[in-house]
Design a binder for this molecule. Sequence first.
Ligand SMILES: N[C@@H](CCC[C@H](N)C(=O)O)C(=O)O
Length: 325
Amino acid sequence: MKMKKVHGSGNDFFILDEKQLDKELSEEELRTLAKYVCDRKSGLHGGSDGILYITSGHDDSVVGKMRVINADGSEASMCGNGIRTVARYLSEENHLSSFKIETMYADLEVKKAQNIAPDVIAFDAEISPVSFMASDLKMNIDVKEKLFNEIIPTLSPTFKFSAVAVPNPHLITFVNHQELMGPELGRIAKYLNDGKNPIFPDGVNVSFVEVLANKKIFVRTFERGVGFTNACGTAMSASSLIYSLLYPEQTNFDDLIEVLNPGGMVNTRVHVRKNGSYWMSLIGNATFTAEVELSQDQALIGDFADVKWIETSEQAAYENFVGNL
Ligand SMILES: N[C@@H](CCC[C@H](N)C(=O)O)C(=O)O
């Protein structure tokens, strides 16, 4: 079978198109494959944060469907950095520059954007639907239906958290630089993703956000099903929304926001529809780093001895972009 190694802001994935399989994969095999391939110690060429599995869509109104399998084999409803790379893949396969991709809960608009730096190809993806409801977040927090800028005493006596589904679940707090880089993000996120805690029994993506200037934030994320990642696209979109609501004096809806992260930088825009619902544009790199060919049977037992790995030259351009930030 063939895969592509890709990343958005250093959040790295293997794209697996079902058309490139040696034979059909069962659901259980897909999860097993993700666990073996993504493992950072024993996985394929240093592993990855997940697999983006492409299948055909529900009808001709979409060009394909993206499923997001986290490194631990769990499935997520959406991936913001991933959908940009899937958009590029489907765009090149189908010679299209603007189209829709089916995801678990919505068909999302994607379009080719201007390169964000010399030779760094970029795509713009719709992040939607947005919900603050505890039921959509699978969040149990006393009797509250929403959590917006509030202390959760069992998590921390000082941080004020907001929870939003985009549609995967995010918990966000705004912090100073020392807190951003300190141990609290890991402590809180590990607890909330332990599968036993009463607040988020299914886990949650947790982000600490620092405001750097007007329309400029830094987002550090611990992802459900993965751990610390270089960046999380849905987290940066969700953080931009909370930033717009908490700091209206710094930014207006539709404004371009610069979002820095440990793996690079993206741009976001927060929009409001006529019916009052929010959606975000997430604009950033869609980098292909390698073409991979391997035996499906061997991959399913975690044997990557006979893999053909052909690097592209795109990573150098991306590193140049990051070096100039
Ligand atoms: N890295 C992704 C999000 C992937 C899914 C997440 N770990 C979850 O379980 O919700 C992104 O860029 O959005």
